[in-house]
Each structure stands twice: as structure tokens, then as C-alpha cells.
Design a protein around this ligand. Structure first.
Ligand code: SAM
Length: 351
């Protein structure tokens, strides 16, 4: 939030922050939930130009949130809403004009997160700043796809059909069927493929230039997939900025959970990073898209592998690959320096 808010403050437009599945604002152990995190950051970085809207379907969460954020509510900075996300989002969209909008959707499962709910936001005029973060529960996607029931010939069972209709609505099409009913691919790959098409759908709405990326989120480093976090933006700078901040935040937390109570508890997450995956990703992307500049290649990598690597890691690994002769570059600016404009390629003897 701090990085995003500092950036959009420069646009000079009123900022609307919407957390449509807000929860109670603070967790039982007193840690801040997304509404409190959003408000604290907004108060610090854009105190005079924001309005935050928090929606809860459950009355007890709505009440707790209203209590936790009472100061913000008194100052007319927060509107807490007791209602459903989809109803609120349909209404809100009608009153938006040139506002800068940040929309966060973090449902427990998938209910209320239908594609039609985000579609009007994706279709906003290109000149208006619009960022969307959506968390989609992967176990729920698998449960609704009900591959086992389908393979047992129960696809027409009314309950299973209702599941499938829901999944089609959330994912914005039926493409998920051929991916999730295919037992020749493992579940990790299935989830990745579904999210790739989901992102293509987000980008395929006549908006000339928009960017999106998603990242799998797990209980712990090697644990089961919990959800995929997907980020959408019209502005490449926002996309790159969010990539670095979200990658750092996520890995810091993962590292803390992994190292807590061990000899590594005082180490930094960056010290234990294995750079092999980034090296492979860079080389594979250059094989696909040769002669791209270092900065353009980074844009492709961020969209393909959102939140997996930071820009400083990327630059370091590119430099290492050049040093070891696995990569070479065309010195476009004539400075003999490996800079953003340098066009990267794989030397003949390495292809
Ligand atoms: C995963 S929690 C959100 C946690 C929150 N992002 C945080 O960090 O504290 C999802 C919340 O959305 C609420 N909810 C579920 N369905 C909803 C709907 N259709 N509309 C609005 N809120 C809903 C749930 O009761 C729950 O409080």
C-alpha cells in the first residue's frame, strides 16, 4: 500500500480504496487485517485524498470492523457497508468518474467473486487509474470442478452442475473444464494454466494496454496451494513496483515462518534464495523473445512469473549470465554498460 499510494498521489485524483470482502478489520490475535492496513497506509501517505469502502456480508464482522475503524469513520474517511460484495461493486461503479481506484477482493472461497463483478472495473476508461488484486481459492476451484464426480459419470447431477455453473461465472468462461478434467497434468500445473487463461481474460477486454500477473500462495514454502493472488493494472510502473513489494513481503513472511526457532532465525530471506529458477526463466524467455532490451524482458518475466523475483535479483542474475558468457548484449547506447536499453541474446555457441 505505501508504495502504491505514494505513486498514485501524484495523479492528483480522489482515491477510492475498496476492500469488498473486508473481514473484521483486525484478527483475534490483534494483528491488523487488510482494512486496518489499508487505512493506516492511506492516513500516512494520502491523508486528504482517499475514501475507503469496506464490505462485509456477516453482521458480526461488519460490527467489529466499524468498531476497529471508528476514528476513520468519524472523520468520513471510511464507509463500512453491511451487504454483499457484488451488490456494492455494481453500485460503486456507477458513481465512479475519474477516481483512482484500488479494488481488493479476498473472499474465503469464490462466492461473490464472479468475473462479471470485476468486468466494469476492467472496462473503465484507460486514462483512469485502476488496480485490482484478486485472491482466488485454489482448493475451492478444484472442489467445484469435481473431476472425480465427472469421471464417474455424475456431471449431470444437479449439485455438480450448480458447482460448474458457479466456477464458469467466477472464471469468466468454460475454459477450466479441459484443464481441470485432464488427468494427464498434475494439479499444480492445472492451477497455473487456469490462472494464465483467467489473466488473459482480464486483459482481453479491448483495453489497449493492461498488465497482469499472478502468484501461487502456500501455507508454507513447500505446502499445498492456498490461493492465487492476481494483480491487474493499466500502468506498467505500478505492475513492476507491486511485483517488487509483494515479492519482498511474501518471502519475508515465508522466511520468518520457516526459520522461526531455527539457527536461521536472524537471517534475511534474500540470503537463502536459490537463483537457478530465475536464471532458467531469463534464458527461456530470451529463447522465446530474442533481442529484447533488459527492461522489456523484465516486463515479460514479471507478467509470466509475478512476485517470484525482484528487479534487483533480475539485474544481478543478468549480469552474472553475461559474465559467464551465457548471455551477451547489443550495446544500444554505446556506453559499453549493461543497462536497461541493452538488447540481450544468447551467444551462438550457447544456443
Ligand atoms: C478472507 S476474509 C477477508 C480477510 C481480510 N482481507 C483481512 O486481511 O483481514 C473474507 C471476508 O469476506 C466476508 N464475505 C464472505 N462473502 C462475502 C460477500 N459475498 N460479500 C461481502 N463479504 C463477504 C467473510 O465473512 C469474511 O469476513
Amino acid at each position: 500500500m505505501p508504495a502504491y499510494l505514494s505513486k498514485v498521489a501524484k495523479l492528483g485524483k480522489p482515491i477510492i480504496l475498496i476492500d469488498a470482502f473486508a473481514g473484521p478489520g483486525k484478527f483475534e490475535d490483534n494483528t491488523a487485517g487488510s482494512p486496518l492496513i489499508i487505512c493506516q497506509a492511506a492516513k500516512k501517505h494520502v491523508p486528504d485524498s482517499y475514501l475507503a469502502i469496506f464490505v462485509n456480508q456477516k453482521n458480526d464482522h461488519h460490527k467489529q470492523l466499524s468498531y476497529v475503524l471508528s476514528d476513520f469513520i468519524d472523520q468520513n474517511k471510511v464507509i463500512p457497508i453491511h451487504g454483499s460484495a457484488d451488490a456494492l461493486l455494481a453500485q460503486v461503479h456507477d458513481v465512479l468518474s475519474d477516481h483512482t481506484v484500488f479494488l481488493y477482493l479476498d473472499p474465503f472461497g469464490l462466492k461473490g467473486c464472479e468475473f462479471s463483478v470485476i468486468e466494469p472495473f476492467l472496462r473503465r476508461d484507460r486514462s483512469f487509474s485502476t488496480e485490482i488484486v484478486v485472491n482466488l481459492s485454489i482448493p475451492t476451484i478444484f472442489r467445484l470442478a469435481s473431476r472425480k464426480a465427472v469421471s464417474e459419470g455424475r456431471a449431470n447431477d444437479p449439485r455438480i452442475r450448480a458447482f460448474h455453473r458457479r466456477l464458469t461465472k467466477v472464471l469468466g468462461g468454460e475454459y477450466w473444464k479441459e484443464i481441470l478434467w485432464d488427468d494427464s497434468i498434475d494439479s499444480e500445473e492445472q492451477a497455473e494454466k487456469v490462472m494464465t487463461v483467467y489473466r488473459e481474460k482480464m486483459l482481453g477486454l479491448d483495453i489497449p494496454q493492461a498488465y497482469s500477473g499472478s502468484c501461487p500462495v502456500r501455507e508454507n514454502e513447500n505446502g499445498r496451494l492456498k490461493y492465487y493472488i492476481t494483480f491487474y493494472s493499466r500502468h506498467i510502473d505500478a505492475m513492476l513496483l507491486m511485483n517488487d513489494f509483494m515479492c519482498t513481503a511474501y518471502n519475508t513472511r515465508m522466511h520468518e515462518a520457516w526459520s522461526d526457532g531455527t539457527l536461521f532465525s536472524n537471517t534475511n530471506w534474500q540470503e537463502t534464495r536459490d537463483q537457478q529458477e530465475l536464471e532458467d526463466t531469463i534464458l527461456a524467455t530470451i529463447r522465446e523473445l530474442p533481442q529484447k532490451s533488459r527492461s522489456d524482458l523484465w516486463i515479460d518475466i514479471v507478467q509470466k512469473a509475478f512476485m517470484r523475483f525482484t528487479s534487483s535479483e533480475y539485474k544481478k542474475v543478468v549480469a552474472k549470465l553475461v559474465k559467464h558468457g551465457k548471455l551477451a548484449f547489443v550495446d544500444v547506447t554505446g556506453t559499453k554498460k549493461l543497462n536497461n536499453q541493452a538488447e540481450l541474446y544468447i551467444p551462438q555457441n550457447r544456443t
